[in-house]
Design a protein around this ligand. Sequence first.
Ligand code: NDP
Length: 351
Amino acid sequence: MPELQQPLPDAPDEKVGFAVVGLGAYALNQIIPNLGSTQHAKLTALVSGNAEKARTVGRAYGVMEEHQYSYDDFDRIAEDDSVDVIYIILPNALHREWTERAFAAGKHVLCEKPMAVTAEDCRAMIDAGKRAGKQLMIGYRAQYDPYNLRAIELVRGEEKAIGEPHLVFTEHGRMLKPKEEQRDEWRAVKELAGGGSLYDIGIYSLNGARYLLGEEPVSVTANYREPSEKEVDVEEGVAWTMKFPSGATANCSSSYRVEQAKRIFVQGTEGEVTLDPATDYYVRNLYVKTKEKNTQLIIPQANQFTAMLDEMALAARENRTPKTPGEEGLRDVTIMQAIYRAADSGKEVTL
Ligand code: NDP
């Protein structure tokens, strides 16, 4: 046996079985392919409103028709012993209903971000998990990303690489194209998306500021940019400022009208840490600049997807709280609702 770069995976029949609900762009391009490279997880069931798509995907990944479900016959999944975890990858406004149905079927749940539309929905999801005695995790992949984890260490670890962190800048943007891209159709409809650029990508700016500083904001001010197209009924952009108990400030933004921005930048008394891109699927760049040096850090084989999926698998196997539980999703949704209130009122909102 040669020296192994990573531990051997579990035997196939010992891996934790995942059902994926919603065979959209994220599920098919990122999650399902990466499930095959995990140590502890495997794809065992599919749930889709499109039976033909489920059959095609099932054939490709070896998921038999008896493990393919429609939204109508989903509740039968309770009897499917191959499924331990149900991964909800549906439009945001459907997350609560499907999380509750998955818990009612007696399974653990991994739910995509944003956890839900309102804090009330999030609390109902957390309660449903507690009643079922099952775990709820939110798919905050960046919190499993070796680059973001290294940035956290640099900012607030013992080495204090940039002294006391004082200012975070973070921006996430992309062009929303509801007329061209299927995945953007529901994102332009408030009833399904729950919110606009803030709920979709601004959440990376918000979550990033929180995990890099390691503290919770105490107040927020914000302003909107209204949609430029009549087909879009969600806000196009939001800029907001959060104050933290340490005195640090985060200037954050999200926009559906810029070409690709995924940047996080932390300035401290002795230097700065930059992640650009910070939250891309496969490319992250991490830089540290101080008076003495300016370095780029390279971390080989940094796969945030497999790390996230393995955390869910182990939390399910051990029936323990995962690293990014429902409570983490609730915090972001609570703050995002406060950001909207601040933008609506033009006043500082205390959290
Ligand atoms: P898509 O539109 O590509 O996929 C959503 C899927 O949900 C559809 O393909 C469809 O699957 C199913 N669906 C069920 N009801 C509806 C409905 N009424 N309208 C539209 N689709 C419906 O979206 P994404 O995959 O991009 O996003 C899905 C979720 O994943 C969102 O919550 C999003 O925020 C999150 N996401 C997270 C990312 C991350 O990096 N963490 C990245 C991208 C998305 P079917 O045809 O099989 O029924």
